[in-house]
Design a protein. Structure first.
Length: 559
């Protein structure tokens, strides 16, 4: 049993502690993450990975990665590769324990024959539609198949002929003989095998009968020595069938135990893999790793760190009942992580030129600025400062309101890390009427760090030297859905946010960012956290906004 817990035990840890105390499975703890390779993983899977690996690590146990690859018509090697990359990125180490349910197809088939000979499984000639109709309802018993009482010998012969490829898809299935009157619909003679003439990404054309998930899942756990099969709450009603199948093949005192916890539901987010696939195929997004997607690859590309997802999972905790988590908590977690790590940088996303009339022509000064005020070891860098700079257009107003603490005619502001300037004049574009150039003067004695810098002004602006600025494209991502509960209503796609992506092509960045690499992360002063995108090259820098600086979750919590 684990002593001196930093946090109170969650209910899964309480169960594990009791199992260890009672000596179940020789006191071992062995968990697994068992994805189906039919899509990319999303943040709900991330929570499960973090939980399962965390339990194994906490109890000095083992952790497996196993692909439940029992449906070749929906599975692809691309998904296998992406899942492995995601699990590694989250820091979950399966060591040499990478498995596939397809590794066990021969053993599963042998066990199926054993169950047939024991009289606990039969071949059904009926169609899927008829079988579904005969299942009844939760309050009305099902109808037994007319083929339920075939002899074990006849069932075994038909099952072997199914395996040999004598029958067409859907012509026959193998069903477990359990209880058609059970109030649990999953116990009403569930299908164990179906005929599927399809090429498998690992076994090729060896098989034309494939095990159903419920049959393969628990038996795979059993074969791998899994002690605690931790899964989400929708599988709670499957647990009696999980145990029933294990009972049919159990040969020792060891047996896995299924434990369910609440799945992660996130506001403004769709988590269904089927719906995420629709978004990709119908081009509402630009692939599975689109930064607007809740996939792990999408979050990674947007700039989320594995540490931030672990922090988020820890804040959410492990619950027994489903609820919806505010996406603001996820955004708060990445801000909390990047605030400690991200190098600060100057970037102007919607630039307007500002000329300092009394600044010497040709002079370039180096302004020393800290890389990260939260990290004493991050050091400093020098920013070039010159007569012409860029500031944000929305940092200037011709007729500003009283509480507008930025720049306007006759107003003073400080340029961060540099001088105090005063607006003397401005020029509008003759065609558009928009601000085109701002003319200012500066106070030479107000440079940051100098004696004159003690003079106070209310506003501080970020800036970039026009002479030294580098160009970049910046992609501003917002939530993909405008509704807090996007799946409410007939079609979730009607809730897609038309403004979820805005591309800015004329952004000006400080010159130190010229040598960045994809994945590098920064806090753009006053703007938010940004990440270098995979599309970025030496010729064209591309940045994604991870999150703005405004933290609604921290505000709600009074922080």
């Amino acid at each position: 049993m684990i002593e001196n817990e930093k946090h109170p035990l969650n209910f899964i840890e309480t169960i594990i502690n009791e199992d260890i105390k009672e000596g179940k499975n020789a006191g071992r703890v062995h968990t697994r993450f068992p994805p189906e390779p039919n899509g990319y993983l999303h943040i709900g899977h991330a929570k499960s990975i973090i939980l399962n690996y965390g339990l194994a690590k906490k109890y000095s146990g083992k952790f497996n990665l196993r692909f439940d690859d029992t449906n070749p018509t929906k599975e692809e090697q691309e998904y296998v590769d992406s899942i492995m990359e995601d699990v590694k990125w989250l820091g979950a180490d399966w060591e040499d324990r990478l498995f596939f349910a397809s590794d066990y197809f021969d053993q599963l088939y042998e066990w199926a024959e054993k169950i047939i000979l024991a009289g606990n499984a039969f071949v059904d000639d009926q169609s899927a539609e008829i079988i579904s109709e005969q299942r009844g309802t939760p309050t009305k018993p099902g109808i037994e198949s007319p083929f339920r009482n075939r002899t074990p010998e006849e069932n075994l012969d038909l099952f072997r002929r199914m395996k040999a490829g004598e029958f067409q898809n859907g012509e026959r299935v193998l069903r477990a003989k359990v209880d058609m009157a059970s109030p649990n619909m999953h116990m009403r003679d569930p299908v164990m095998y179906r005929i599927l003439h399809a090429h498998h990404h690992r076994t090729g054309d060896k098989w034309c009968v494939y095990p159903m998930y419920d049959w393969a899942h628990g038996e795979s756990d059993y074969l791998e020595g899994i002690t605690h099969s931790v899964c989400t709450l929708e599988f709670e009603v499957h647990r009696p069938l999980y145990d029933w199948f294990v009972n049919q093949i159990q040969e020792t005192d060891y047996r896995p135990r299924q434990i369910e916890f609440a799945r992660l539901n996130l506001s403004y987010t769709v988590m269904s893999k089927r719906k995420l696939l629709e978004l990709v195929k119908e081009r509402y997004v630009n692939g599975w790793d689109d930064p607007r997607m809740p996939t792990i690859s999408g979050l990674r590309r947007r700039g989320y760190t594995s540490e931030s997802l672990k922090l988020f999972a820890d804040k959410v905790g492990v619950a027994k009942r489903n609820n919806v988590i505010d996406v603001a908590l996820l955004e708060h977690s990445i801000r909390e992580d990047l605030n400690q790590k991200a190098t600060r940088a100057m970037a102007v996303l919607d630039p307007v030129k500002l000329i300092i009339a009394n600044y010497p022509d040709g002079l370039v000064e180096e302004m020393e600025t800290e890389n990260n005020p939260e990290d004493k070891d991050a050091g400093t860098r020098n920013l070039p400062f010159s007569k012409e700079i860029y500031i944000e257009k929305n940092d200037f107003m011709i007729d500003p309101p009283r509480k507008f603490f930025r720049l306007g005619p006759g107003r003073e502001v400080r340029l961060k890390g540099a001088y105090i300037i005063k607006c003397e004049d401005y020029k509008l574009n003759s065609e558009t009427g928009e601000i085109e150039t701002i003319y200012c003067t500066y106070d030479p004695d107000s440079r940051s760090g100098m004696e004159g810098s003690k003079r106070k002004v209310k506003g501080t602006l970020h800036w970039v030297s026009a002479q030294h600025a580098i160009d970049a494209e910046v992609r501003l991502f917002d939530r993909l859905f405008i509704s807090e509960s996007p799946e409410d209503g007939e079609d979730y796609k009607t809730n897609i946010n038309p403004g979820s992506l805005k591309i800015l092509e004329n952004c000006k960045l400080e010159p130190s960012l010229k040598t960045v690499s994809p994945g590098d992360k920064f806090q753009f002063q006053r703007l938010g956290y940004f990440c270098v995108d995979l599309d970025s090259t030496a010729e064209k820098l591309v940045f994604n906004r991870t999150v703005p600086l405004r933290d609604s979750w921290a505000k709600m919590r009074g922080k």
